[in-house]
Structure formats: structure tokens, C-alpha cells
Design a protein around this ligand. Structure first.
Ligand code: HEM
Length: 431
């Protein structure tokens, strides 16, 4: 093993400090086949950027899994059916909970390629128009202040994630979809359940949690269906109503609006894509500032730094380490031949520390500009919620820095062993 490159991103050491692993990969083998991950790890900025534009790399990865599950069920049903028919019984069983959730997820634009993706993205875009997001500024500030009031009432060691960074984004999404405030807690549960089902495999305890999560997601499906019916009957100023309304001047869209099933899937996607990412963005940003007292002091002194600071914090220790692509046609990346059926991990967190793109990449420079980081991706799938995510991070970090002048790290954080996300278990601080 001596001399072999460390390429398991899921060891405790790599989870705690992935950047050392990324450095070595970038230097020694920038497009590297990883045995542990059974995937190509792409770690340089230039190659990650090229990959975003490569049509041989597909996002369509849930539909094939769903098709396989359906096929297996139908095969089983046919066998059982034949036996039941012999015994005089009826055949046909309902789809499993996992199949239903996969069916919901397979409609997400983030796991679709053009032309399916093009249509969904266009229909969702109205809900993310600049003005619609801009009006959220005051509401997000009020929400952050409400959470910080609760946090300030506590004393001693407290977890900034569970008290502030975790509740905020789910509440923002619930509010934007027009759900009543009393339902906020449900959104948080569903978001966790979606993450478990989307990423989770293995382990008996996990299998049991997985089953429970599937039941929860069925409830979520029913809830969103109800919300969609309400908004169809009585449209409001919310995001869901915006996704329903079709622009009369746009004949293509008005003929072909989102169906109820697609709206339900869209609600779930926004929760899935917008919750954990934003929680981790706020938490990782706060940790980076706590570890760099000079940067923290500079930001306290001059809050006008906040806009460039947020971009730099996203670059320096952003919430997404890796995104996936399936290879659908032979292609080449940095001289390596990548074959159909293989998987590619685009290591965003490594691209954002590439010295060929960023001067002093391991230094947190809150004034860095321009800052062409890829924390929100690039190309056709680039984050549709980026403006909202930036706003939430800016307001949360700004208010934390301003309202908690005595903020200090109480314990070394423990990082989750997660491939896709850069995520702490807790961020225990005193104030
Ligand atoms: C700091 C927080 C966030 C980060 C770092 C982030 C990052 C990303 C990235 C890297 C992608 C591209 C995925 C790919 O290429 O496969 C993406 C897509 C997406 N994001 Fe975000 N995101 C954040 C917050 C949000 C929020 C708040 C929402 C909405 C409420 C959201 C909704 C979406 C959606 C719907 C997509 C799919 C877009 C498409 O497929 O065209 N994200 N995000």
C-alpha cells in the first residue's frame, strides 16, 4: 500500500480534513479512479468546469433505479400472481413505499437531463425571480432574530446548529411555499427523511430508520398534495402559486404547466436541496470565522464585507463536497478515458481550493474578488436557489456576528462521515 494515493473520502480523517486528501489528489492524479468509491474523482477546477459542460455526463440517475425496482416487483408479482391464480386469488400489489418515493424523486429536475430538465427548470424559474426572493430579506431577518433570541436566553454550552442553522432554512422554505407556521416542524422531519432515503444504505438500524422515513415521506406526499389543491383553488403570493401560474405571453409554458404530481415533486425537491445545504453553509461559515479571529474581527468592524465574505466562506468550506454524474457516452477528462456506465464524482470542495485558480486557496480572504467558486455548481443545473441561499447565509452570519460578541467555540466539532455534504454533527459554542 505504500505510495498508494489516499482516495477514500469517507475515513474519519478525510471527513475531518478533506482538504489534505484533495491536495494530494489534485497534485498526483487529478482524474483518479477510486476503488473505495468505485467512481472517478475529479479534483481540479479546470476539469470540474469542463465536466459541467460535458453532455456525456448525465444527471439522470434515479429513473434507472426505479425502472429496476419496478421490473423486480412485476417479476415477483407475476410469480405470486401465477401461484395465486392457481389458488384462485387475485394478483397485483401496490408499489412499495420505496418505489413511491423513488417515483417522486425521479421527477426532480436535478436528476433529469434535457429536454425534461429544460422544461422543469423553466417552469420553476418564475418562483425564483429576483424580486420574489428580495422580499424575503425582512422575513428572514425576523426569523433569524427570533432564533437568536431563543439562543441568547440559554447559557453555557449550546449547539448553534440545532438552535439556529438547522431550523432556519426549513422554516424559510415552508414560509415561501405558503405553509402555515404551525407546520414548520413537519418540514424539518421530512427534510431529514428525504436525505436518509436519498443517500442512506446499509445497517440494520439504518434499514429500520429507512422504513420509518419512507412512511414519513408518504405523509409528506399527502401534505403537499393538499397544499397544491388549496393553491389551485386559491392562489396566493407564495412560491407554489408562482410555479402554477403560467405566463400568458409564453405560449409554450402556458400550454404545458406543471401537473399536480410535478408540483408535489418540486416542493419535495426544494426542501431536499435547500435545507441541509443552507444549514451547513451557515454552520461551516461560522466555524471558519471562529477559527480565524482576525477575519471575524474584520467582519465585526466592517459589515459591508458581508457580501464578499459569504462568497469566500462558500469557497473556503462550502456545504457540498461532491456531486455525482453518470457516464452515458465515452468521454475524456484530463487525458483519462471515461466509459459509459461509470460514475464520476465532481469534487467541488477541491476545485474551490485549486491553486491554479485561486491565489492562496487555503487562506480565508473575506475581500476576495472576483471569486468564481463552484459551490453552487455551474452550467444547466447550477443552483436555482443560490440567491436565496446567499441571502440566508448573509443574514444569519451577519446577525450571529453582530448579536453574539462573545461567541467562542466550546468543543472541537465532529464531522459527519458523508460523501456529498461537508457537515458537522454539532457546533457547540458559548456566548
Ligand atoms: C448554500 C446553500 C446551497 C448550496 C451550496 C447549493 C448547491 C447546489 C449545487 C452544487 C447544485 C447543482 C447540482 C448538480 O449540478 O447536480 C444545486 C442545484 C439545485 N439547488 Fe441548490 N444549493 C444551496 C441551496 C439551495 C436552496 C436554498 C434551494 C431552494 C430552496 C436550492 C435548490 C436547488 C435546486 C432545485 C437545484 C437543481 C437545479 C437544476 O437541476 O437545474 N438550493 N444546488
Amino acid at each position: 500500500m505504500t505510495g498508494a494515493i489516499a482516495d477514500d473520502l469517507l475515513t474519519a480523517q478525510a471527513s475531518a480534513d478533506p482538504y489534505a486528501v484533495f491536495d494530494a489528489l489534485r497534485r498526483e492524479d487529478p482524474v483518479h479512479w477510486s476503488g473505495p468509491h468505485r467512481a472517478w474523482l475529479v479534483t481540479r477546477y479546470a476539469d470540474v468546469s469542463a465536466a459541467f459542460a460535458d453532455k456525456a455526463l448525465s444527471n439522470d440517475r434515479v429513473r434507472p433505479v426505479l425502472a429496476k425496482q419496478r421490473e423486480e416487483r412485476e417479476r415477483n408479482e407475476n410469480q405470486h400472481g401465477a401461484r395465486r391464480a392457481e389458488a384462485g386469488g387475485d394478483d397485483g400489489r401496490p408499489a412499495s413505499a420505496s418505489e413511491r418515493v423513488l417515483a417522486l424523486m425521479s421527477g426532480w429536475m436535478v436528476v433529469s437531463d434535457p429536454p425534461v430538465h429544460t422544461r422543469l427548470r423553466k417552469l420553476a424559474a418564475g418562483a425564483f425571480k429576483g424580486q420574489r426572493i428580495a422580499v424575503m430579506d425582512a422575513r428572514i431577518t425576523a426569523l433569524v432574530d427570533e432564533l437568536l433570541d431563543g439562543f441568547l436566553r440559554g447559557s453555557g454550552e449550546q449547539d448553534l446548529i440545532s438552535e439556529v442553522a438547522y431550523p432556519l432554512p426549513a422554516t424559510v422554505i415552508a414560509t415561501m411555499l405558503g405553509a402555515p407556521p404551525s407546520d414548520r416542524d413537519l418540514f424539518r422531519e421530512w427534510s431529514d427523511e428525504l436525505a436518509l432515503v436519498a443517500f442512506g444504505t446499509g445497517g440494520a438500524a439504518r434499514a429500520e430508520r429507512h422504513e420509518r422515513a419512507l412512511r414519513g415521506l408518504n405523509e409528506m406526499d399527502a401534505y403537499f398534495r393538499g397544499l397544491v389543491a388549496q393553491r389551485r383553488a386559491e392562489p396566493g403570493e407564495d412560491m407554489l402559486s408562482a410555479m402554477m401560474s403560467t405566463d400568458e405571453s409564453d405560449t409554450q409554458t402556458s400550454r404545458d404547466g406543471l401537473s399536480d404530481d410535478e408540483l408535489v415533486a418540486m416542493c419535495a425537491l426544494l426542501l431536499f436541496a435547500g435545507h441541509e445545504t443552507t444549514t451547513n453553509s451557515i454552520a461551516n461559515a461560522t466555524l471558519a470565522l471562529l477559527r480565524d479571529p482576525a477575519a471575524l474581527a474584520a467582519l465585526r468592524e466592517d459589515p459591508s464585507l458581508l457580501n464578499t465574505a459569504v462568497e469566500e466562506l462558500l469557497r473556503y468550506d462550502g456545504p457540498i463536497k461532491v456531486i455525482n454524474r453518470w457516464v452515458v457516452a465515452e468521454t475524456e477528462l484530463a487525458g483519462r478515458t471515461i466509459l459509459p456506465g461509470e460514475r464520476v464524482h465532481l469534487v467541488l470542495a477541491s476545485a474551490d481550493r485549486d491553486p491554479d485558480k485561486f491565489a492562496d486557496p487555503d487562506t480565508l480572504d473575506l475581500t476576495r474578488s472576483p471569486n468564481p467558486h463552484v459551490a453552487f455548481g455551474k452550467g444547466i443545473h447550477a443552483c436555482i436557489g443560490a440567491q436565496l441561499a446567499r441571502m440566508e447565509t448573509r443574514i444569519a452570519v451577519g446577525r450571529i456576528v453582530e448579536r453574539l460578541p462573545g461567541l467562542a467555540l466550546a468543543r472541537e466539532p465532529v464531522w459527519k462521515d458523508a460523501l456529498a455534504s461537508r457537515s458537522m454533527e454539532t457546533l457547540v459554542v458559548t456566548h
